[in-house]
Write a protein that binds this ligand. Structure first.
Ligand code: FAD
Length: 373
């Protein structure tokens, strides 16, 4: 089994395949965890009351179980259930969709009045006309730590992980099944190829005619007011009717985690088009100003200057939903792509689904709604 790309999804696929006894060769031009793709920047939100669509909820339940299993087996803590507060227009996607997912699947999701909000998150305000919800099961994942743990477990179960090489293409192998994979200048025959190349997947999957857009996504760390630490306040996400997407942020992580000081915040919405192979322009002070202005009615205590910034990549489908399937013309090729700025939390279950498709040609996990069709 060859896995092309060992970021969030590929490290999980290699891990699941190796633990199920497959001989695995994982390939990546960089050495993950790195920040050249979509999986850098210390933290990712994880939540279950999924406003994007209730059909994601069963996959999330499995993802939580798989993250817990990874933690138990490796001893690395990757998930912190801080809870998350959602503040938004009651008619907007965030509030309506979160309530719908929670009602459909019986998930805990609390309606907050102002004293309740102040108690949970003393820095967060609910402007007139907005609703506030609290999801106790939501929280954050440490993204680099999670990718590293998945790769370590894959290697411990025998996977060969090769860095500094690139999968360039694939072809039908002679004889029944299988695929011939071109890696650098070599051709290697495999039982299956799993394509998890993030922002580079559009090039490898060009023949599918998927509409995948790669965009530049700035994120910032700013000074944390005292009392904004992990363990003290939940994560937060806000949606304003006059702006697309969500504005969101995390508590400040302890210095012992070795990351940036301060609190991280970002805008979840596809940004400017980007070429994953071209040098990326740095995040600007003007971009931070726009972000701080958008969150000011909700978090007036937050202010710059940026302590640090990063630019990450989204690879988005037209409707923001992922695509996980087998290649229609190459039965030996399976792929997961278009994780659209909300995929990280699913990596532990996407890896399992991809391993199912590669080993058995089908998966019992409810991924049908994410199929190519
Ligand atoms: C700023 C930002 C914030 C986000 N916030 C959240 C969040 O809060 N919650 C959430 O759930 N999700 C979030 N996401 C989305 C999530 O991080 C992504 O969906 C996820 O990381 C995508 O993983 P991936 O494995 O597809 O891509 P990547 O992790 O980028 O992995 C792709 C890998 O493929 C390798 N590669 C490239 N070309 C080749 C080749 N030819 N052959 C072999 N390997 C190759 C690359 O080097 C890379 O290692 C966010 C994303 C960004 C950018």
């Amino acid at each position: 089994m060859i896995v092309a790309g060992l970021g969030a999804m590929g490290s999980a696929a290699a891990d699941h395949l190796a633990r199920r006894g497959a001989r695995v060769l994982g390939i990546d031009p960089w050495q993950p965890p790195h920040d050249a793709g979509s999986s850098g920047g210390e933290t990712r939100l994880i939540r279950k009351a999924y406003f994007e669509h209730p059909d994601y909820v069963p996959l999330l339940a499995r993802a939580y179980d798989n993250w817990a299993d990874l933690e138990a087996e490796t001893g690395d803590r990757v998930l912190y259930r801080t809870g998350t507060v959602y503040v938004g227009d009651p008619a907007g996607e965030l509030i309506r969709g979160s309530r719908l997912a929670a009602d459909t699947h019986g998930l805990p999701l609390l309606e907050l009045d102002d004293p309740g909000l102040a108690e949970l998150h003393p820095f967060l305000r609910r402007p007139e006309g907005y609703a506030a919800l609290f999801e106790p099961d939501a929280g954050l994942l440490l993204c680099e730590r999670a990718v590293a743990a998945q790769l370590r477990r894959a290697a411990a179960h025998g996977a060969t992980l090769r860095y500094g090489e690139r999968v360039l293409g694939f072809d039908r192998a002679g004889g029944p099944g299988g695929v011939e994979v071109s890696i650098g200048g070599r051709r290697v025959r495999a039982g299956a190829l799993v394509i998890t190349a993030g922002s580079w997947a559009p090039a490898l999957l060009a023949s599918l005619g998927l509409s995948l857009r790669v965009t530049r996504q700035p994120l910032f760390w700013i000074p944390a007011p005292a009392g904004f630490e992990l363990g003290t306040v939940p994560c937060w996400a806000v949606q304003r009717p006059e702006a697309p997407g969500l504005f969101y942020g995390f508590p400040a992580l302890p210095a012992a985690f070795g990351g940036h000081a301060g609190i991280k915040l970002a805008h979840h919405h596809p940004g400017e088009a980007a070429d994953p192979d071209a040098p990326r322009s740095a995040a600007t002070a003007a971009e931070l100003t726009v972000l701080l202005r958008a969150v000011a009615p909700f978090l007036p205590a937050l202010n710059g200057p940026a302590l640090a910034s990063k630019v990450c990549l989204y690879t988005s489908t037209a409707d923001g939903h992922f695509v996980i399937d087998r290649h229609p013309e190459h039965p030996g090729v399976v792929f997961g792509c278009g994780f659209s700025g909300h995929g990280f939390k699913f990596a532990s279950v996407v890896g399992e689904a991809l391993a199912d498709l590669a080993l058995e040609g089908r998966s019992a996990l409810p991924i049908g709604f994410l199929g190519l069709r």
